[in-house]
Design a protein around this ligand. Structure first.
Ligand code: NAD
Length: 360
């Protein structure tokens, strides 16, 4: 298969973990005899330095041409006081918008070797394997009217939670498609006992479920979901949620995995005529200025993002499984970075990348 991939290393440890992820991508492509066409672009602080803008037009053009984009992270402390338009993070929001990615997928699974890294008891976390599907472009973060204004001698702040039927339909369909290739269960999160917005959400999800008779659907209120994620995370397979609930729940889910450096993510848009989904793949973590340039960042989130790319953008499940197996093997060997290893000599970012390739 021809794999046309854009690489956006970004800033800080973004560049370091992406280097290792690309090593893995190149190795798997060779091993499974795919033709890999890589391009590289500027995004974030590094792009501001070289071009004056966090998302240069050249990067936009490259992203639209590529089948999938692999990103590191953006953000440099020197821009912390800059206006929003001039900040590296603006590039990230921009590239998501350009690609039209409306669903954020976060696989959360527990690894045996990391059970002690989770603050939860081992028997609760062990066996966790879910994917959180968060709607990314609608809901209260984007709804209008919004703002803070004076009214009758009082200051009032307004945000609006709004969804259309079609916005719910497309992300719900994606969740059901994903469930079909997993344990065939979707749990839809809402607050339909209080919010009309959630009542529409639930109604539309039920309608979409009728298209997927092989997938089971259940509903959970968001407050109970927050509790069940901690009490019984194994009960979830595909967790479908709107934007703000997903923002909060996916960070809660992150705790289950042990370290933020472990977590991959995929932001997915519409399907292309080829059947592949448009996708932007990146580790969940940021540019970590405190450890940047020291070769000690954990690259597993970036490497896991490569696995997600194989699976979702290219439908290459064996390749994705091979990467995930290699990650697990390296974790079991104890050859891991400092965030996962409180004692003994930790491995460097580069050594972990090499170990994954060796395991492959
Ligand atoms: P961060 O994720 O960069 O770091 C938080 C903490 O986790 C730090 O102590 C860091 O050392 C540690 N950490 C993160 N990733 C790690 C890894 N792979 N291995 C080991 N340790 C790791 O979050 P922050 O400090 O809040 O933000 C730093 C910068 O990154 C800011 O400019 C922020 O805006 C940006 N940011 C970007 C993204 C993105 O590009 N998607 C996401 C979050 C934050």
């Amino acid at each position: 298969m021809r794999l046309n991939v854009l690489i956006l290393p970004g800033d800080g440890i973004g560049a370091e973990v992406t280097r290792e992820a690309v090593k893995v991508l190149e190795h798997v492509a060779r091993q499974f005899q795919h033709q890999l066409l890589l391009s590289e672009g500027l995004l974030g602080g590094v792009a501001i330095h070289q071009t004056g803008t966090p998302l240069p037009q050249e990067t936009v053009d490259l992203a639209l041409k590529a089948d999938a984009t692999l990103m590191g992270a953006v953000g440099l402390p020197e821009f912390d006081q800059a206006p929003p338009e001039k900040r590296p993070e603006k590039g990230l929001l921009g590239i998501r918008k350009v690609l039209g990615v409306y669903a954020n997928l976060r696989p959360v699974r527990s690894y045996k070797a990391l059970l002690d890294s989770s603050p939860l008891k081992n028997h609760l976390v062990d066996g966790t394997d879910m994917i959180i599907v968060r709607e990314l472009t609608g809901g209260i973060y984007y709804g209008t009217p919004r703002g803070i204004h004076e009214e009758g001698g009082e200051t009032r702040a307004v945000n609006t939670m709004t969804y259309t039927r079609s916005e719910i339909q497309r992300v719900a369909r994606m969740a059901f498609h994903l469930a079909r290739n997993r344990r065939k269960k979707v749990t839809s999160v809402d607050k339909s006992n209080v919010l009309e917005n959630s009542q529409l959400w639930r109604r539309v999800v039920v309608e979409i479920a009728a298209e997927f008779s092989d997938v089971a659907l259940d509903h959970i209120l968001v407050d109970n979901c927050a509790m069940q994620l901690i009490l019984n995370p194994r009960r979830f397979d595909v967790l479908l949620t709107e934007n703000m609930f997903g923002d909060i729940l996916s960070d809660e889910g992150a705790v289950l995995a042990g370290s933020i450096g472990m977590l991959p993510s995929a932001s997915i848009g519409d399907r292309k005529p080829s059947g592949a989904w448009v996708g932007l793949y990146e580790p969940v973590h940021g540019s970590a200025p405190d450890i940047a340039g020291q070769n000690k960042a954990n690259p597993f989130g970036a490497v896991g993002s490569v696995a997600a790319m194989f699976e979702y953008s290219f439908g290459l499940k064996a390749e994705a499984a091979a990467v995930n197996r290699a990650v697990e093997e390296v974790l079991n060997s104890g050859n891991v970075t400092a965030d996962l290893k409180p004692g003994g000599r930790p491995a460097t970012t580069e050594e972990v990348g090499d170990a994954v390739v060796a395991a492959l």
